[in-house]
Design a protein around this ligand. Structure first.
Ligand code: CP
Length: 294
């Protein structure tokens, strides 16, 4: 299987081979190693992105691929063209693979069945964001040496988070111990069967705190009272961070709402790996695109 739609159905050995290959690319000094020369890749973002879009483009260009960038706002989607018709259009022009980010939940799998080129999920509603979780696992593995037995808390807007889901599925395959922490109206009750919801105090007693962005764009109604109130109860404040074990690391997929889910001073704190995560996104996406195309 060359497509990468999610991590839930990917085996630990398949995930490991992507992580190992990312380490191979990470250790290379050469900027461009054109093994994907003459391969055309379309980056199709139907939802906004900075990190994922540019690190896919960086990864594809480092491997010498021909890159077509599609953003919905500058396309015929604005005239009402459907996502399916847009992807079919690019496929008919001869792309060899597509990277795709979608807002509608539950559309990606059906779309991939109708498209003959490999598709790579760059963020699928609140369902999965597999390359984000791969780069998160890679960051933890490089830091701690192994994932087995690692204690990880995922804290924040879990209900709307594809990052939480992909990380939960993947971390558990490697024997990591995952805890969840969220205000009641941002919990995903179906995930309680896989990992316990704990208090904020308990969530801090871990090796990794993974803070999540409050995703206002996915909220229905006003479930978010105020940034101050959220920070008070669920934010990683400087005071809470001082309770973390000295070896613990702070992660966040970003973009960050500074002083809401995480204090400004913690974003570039010595225990933070937030910019390291972004850096690691490039070798991970090199490994994923190589897998999709070769
Ligand atoms: N972490 C992440 O997916 O960021 P972008 O939305 O900027 O791609």
């Amino acid at each position: 299987e060359r497509s990468l739609l999610g991590l839930k159905n990917l085996s630990a050995s398949e995930i490991s081979s992507i992580l190992d290959r990312a380490a191979y690319w990470d250790d290379k000094e050469d900027k461009v190693i054109p093994i994907l020369k003459n391969h055309f890749v379309a980056n199709m973002f139907f939802e906004n992105s900075t990190r994922t879009r540019f690190s896919f483009e960086m990864a594809e260009k480092r491997l010498g691929a021909e890159v077509l960038n599609f953003t919905a706002a500058a396309s015929s989607v604005e005239k009402g063209e459907s996502i399916y018709d847009t992807v079919r259009t690019l496929e008919s022009m001869g792309i060899d693979a597509g990277v795709i980010r979608l807002k509608p939940i539950g559309m990606l799998e059906g779309l991939a069945e109708k498209i003959s080129v490999p598709l790579v999920n760059a963020g699928d509603g609140n369902n999965e964001h597999p390359t984000q979780a791969l780069l998160d696992l890679y960051t933890m593995k490089r830091h701690f040496g192994e994932l087995k037995g690692l204690k990880v808390s995922i804290i924040g807007d879990i209900k709307h988070s594809r990052v939480a889901r992909s990380n939960l599925w993947a971390l558990q395959k490697f024997g990591a111990e995952v805890k969840l922490c969220a205000p009641e109206n941002m919990q995903a009750p179906e995930l309680a069967a896989y990992a316990p919801y704990v208090s904020m105090d308990e969530a801090l007693c871990v090796d990794v705190v993974m803070m999540l962005r409050v995703q206002l764009e996915r909220h229905e109604g006003s479930i978010f009272k105020s940034p101050e109130e959220y920070r008070l109860h669920y934010g990683l404040t400087e005071e809470r961070a001082a309770k973390l074990a000295p070896h613990a690391i702070i992660m966040h997929p970003a973009p960050v709402n500074r002083n809401v889910e995480i204090d400004d001073a913690l974003v570039e704190h010595p225990q933070s790996r937030i910019f390291k995560q972004m850096e690691n996104g490039v070798p991970i996406r090199m490994a994923v695109m190589e897998r999709a195309l070769l």
